[in-house]
Ligand binder design. Sequence first.
Ligand code: GCU
Length: 399
Amino acid sequence: MKSKISFLLLLLSLTVNLMAQIPANYDESKVPDLILPDPFVSLKGNPILTVEDWENIRRPEILVLFEENVYGQIPTDFDDISFSEMTKSQNPYPNTAILKEVDIKVSRGGKTHTMRLNVFIPKNGKGPFPVFLLINYQAPYADGKLVEEGFWAVKELVEKGYATASFHVETVAPDDKNRFSKGVIERLYPEQLGQKDGMRALGAWGWGAMRAMDYFEKESLIDANRAVLVGHSRSGKAALWASANDTRWAVTIPNESGCGGAALSKRKFGETVQVINTAFPHWFNDNFKAFNGKEELLPLDQHMLVSLVAPRAIYFSSAREDRWADPKGEYLSMKLGSRVFPFIYGKKVSFPLDFEELKEPVIQPFAGYHIREGEHDLTLEDWKSYMDFVEMNLGKNDK
Ligand code: GCU
């Protein structure tokens, strides 16, 4: 009996180990043939050819597919929202920027959640200024510092006449599988926890971006009609989902957002659905787990998220050594998803080059892409291309 139990325990630990080390595929020749759902055919099988059919039939269908199968809902109802300026930290750029630390207080059903937004507004020029919001999950806040240059290029943005804001994901929902609900989810939307398609961490961070947008709409120095949503990696996934839900964002830029973000899941290159659901079960909804190892059964793929952002501008960026995030899968998803611009909206967008041929950033109206050399990170080089893309799409700033 004892030996039977230890044999079972051994088997169990071998399985757990195997799970932990599911080898990632980095071999292009092993990528399965791609059979992707067609964004331009409705669930009933009808072709979608007009803006009217797209916006009334197909776009809402695709949004629900993502909500049910991948990310979960983003509830948007609440009773009250208020903003108070609480500046406490030292402004690292006193000569060029005004720093506002804003507490955003949201109440629902008698409960209140407060999130903190840090905002830099150019001192020179009269505004209202276009704004970049970065959903952040990096350390600086935890150390009491507001900015880690490069990752959040405040100095360069402000000098170019942009306002910029950022919140840390912890202020909305902790990035931890045991604690993720201990923010806005338990406090304001507890009923979501019992739902298989309920809000989870990525949705909660997207909710935070929406509340930041509510603040931009109230702040007279900010032009909320020219707002850019940026996220890196896990927060890039959240930015993409937030913008699919909230059409107030004029430009959406997920950087190296990889699996569950920009990259096509059905390529199973680098990180896979099973790997991400095992390591980060709190990011996506419960239904997404059913696709562990079964990407081919997903009734969608990530190129369809690009199409949800249209006709607003969208830009993906990758890094050459960041194979975990599948740069080619990110490019293909942009290339395929952005067909919504010519097909539906009659706007010229084209990505004529194959992934292997790309050298320069593709900066054009509506949809863009770059891959830079180096590792997984958000860098000044990335921000410079974002500013070029934003200037092309939202116009030059009159500083
Ligand atoms: C992990 C995770 C990725 C994620 C990344 C990040 O590597 O597997 O999906 O994008 O963390 O957020 O930096």
